[in-house]
Design a protein around this ligand. Structure first.
Ligand code: CA
Length: 241
């Protein structure tokens, strides 16, 4: 079945151009020209991916993203006219899987769409396309990884701490899983980026820092623990409890 993509862009010419390209690639594309319409459509329909402009009339893109992700975790790629680090980081903090700065080459947008769509079915694909050539954690039994009171269930794709469910995006989940599988092994930003975002990811390695920050704010900060450690100049590690 064709992936269903919502294009949220108030520049009508650009929106129509993207729509034509996506349709040509075999995707099923819808358009919205303002933030409120976009949010209504995104909540009413099951989209596989949303391309979301930041500067929009009505609600801006970041606000649409926040409200949408309160309800559901549809993957979002932000389209930003400004090459602003703040926009990108607030967007990634709010749960966007990627961003692209306008003006962009359509081939680059299509490449990023393919990468984002690869993460649609994590439970089926997580084992298959994540090569694990390092030792498994001793906490691993039938697809479950544990660290103290933290339990990651790979089959059910859930994470909990002291029995409380923690809601993670696909990439946050994959990053946590990779760190837990490699307990005591420092993983570089390049390794984390390759394994979590895929070898064809075009973004920058500091995106890894953003995902680590998401994980810390959802787990470490909430439960007052120091699970993910930064190893200066080397990467990140979870030390065995
Ligand atoms: Ca705009």
């Amino acid at each position: 079945m064709a992936a269903k993509i919502l294009i949220v862009e108030d520049e009508e010419k650009l929106a129509r151009f993207i729509e034509l390209e996506l349709t040509h690639e075999g995707y099923d594309a819808d358009k919205a020209g303002d933030g409120r319409t976009a949010l209504d459509m995104a909540l009413a329909e099951e989209y596989d991916l949303i391309l979301l402009d930041i500067m929009l009339p009505g609600l801006n893109g970041l606000e649409v993203l926040r409200r949408l992700h309160n309800e559901k975790q549809t993957p979002v790629i932000l389209l930003t006219a400004r090459d602003s680090v703040m926009d990108k980081v607030s967007g990634l903090d709010a749960g966007a899987v990627d961003y692209i700065t306008k003006p962009f080459a359509i081939e680059e947008l299509l490449a990023r769409i393919r990468v984002a769509l690869k993460f649609r079915h994590v439970p089926e694909s997580a084992g298959a396309d994540g090569p694990q050539d390092t030792a498994a954690s001793p906490g691993q039994t039938d697809g479950t990884l544990t660290w103290g009171a933290l339990v990651l269930d790979d089959k059910r794709r859930t994470v909990s701490y002291e029995g409380n469910d923690i809601s993670l995006t696909n990439r946050e989940f994959l990053m946590l899983k990779l760190l837990l599988e490699n307990c005591d092994i420092v993983l570089s930003r390049d390794t984390l980026l390759d394994r979590v975002c895929g070898y064809d990811y075009i973004g920058e390695t500091n995106v890894v820092d953003v995902y680590i920050r998401h994980l810390r704010s959802k787990i470490d900060d909430v439960y007052g623990i120091k699970m993910i450690q930064t190893v200066r100049g080397a990467g990140y590690v979870i030390r065995r409890k």
